[in-house]
Design a protein around this ligand. Structure first.
Ligand SMILES: [Fe+2]
Ligand SMILES: [Fe+2]
Length: 190
């Protein structure tokens, strides 16, 4: 129910396939982490799916406009805080506090980098991507330059994790959820 409501809202504000796929990817990765760490996967998933809700229509008010949109849809203050905190130091001054918020902060840009690196592979997939190859791509700052290495590094620091742990866990999360995302994306075309 909650997931359906969130997905409907996502499609209302996002028409660009790239944005929808990013939302579904971050949803899947957040759910994977919640399960790993023993949290509520459905709840973390909703946060992941809706984190960029306002970006397509209000790119200059990202993480700001979303407050009104979510309030009007009766989302709780906790959901709103979690979503807005991924813009910490970029568009807002809302610091990630909860472990979930720190993970969202760390994986948001990282999923973009992993997705771009996957596209470059002969397989076009994350399924055969090794940590070593991801680390190489991470160091090449001109590669997927829009994915901020600084934000990813800060995310790992907030979590108290080695950067390698964040990279390898997120890679694993994307590996195990890639097929389901591709299925959902092709369902959208039907
Ligand atoms: Fe964002
Ligand atoms: Fe994002």
């Amino acid at each position: 129910m909650e997931r359906e409501k969130a997905f409907k809202l996502l499609l209302e504000y996002n028409k660009d396939k790239f944005h929808i796929q990013h939302a579904l990817t971050v949803e899947a990765v957040m759910k994977w982490y919640a399960k790993e760490l023993g949290y509520d996967a459905d709840y973390w998933g909703i946060i992941g799916m809706l984190h960029d809700l306002d970006y397509e229509m209000y790119p200059h008010e990202h993480c700001i406009k979303v407050v009104d949109i979510l309030k009007a849809e009766n989302y709780s203050e906790d959901v709103i805080h979690a979503i807005c905190s991924h813009g910490y130091g970029i568009t807002v001054d809302i610091k990630p506090e909860h472990e979930m918020e720190k993970i969202l902060y760390g994986v948001d840009e990282l999923t973009g980098l992993i997705g771009a690196a996957a596209k470059m592979r002969p397989s076009g997939s994350v399924s055969d991507m090794e940590l070593k190859s991801l680390k190489k791509k991470f160091k090449v700052v001109t590669f997927a330059a829009g994915c901020s290495r600084d934000v990813i590094t800060k995310g790992a620091e907030m979590l108290g994790w080695d950067l390698d742990k964040l990279l390898s866990d997120t890679l694993e999360a994307m590996r195990s959820t890639e097929n389901s995302i591709l299925t959902q994306m092709s369902d959208l075309d039907q």
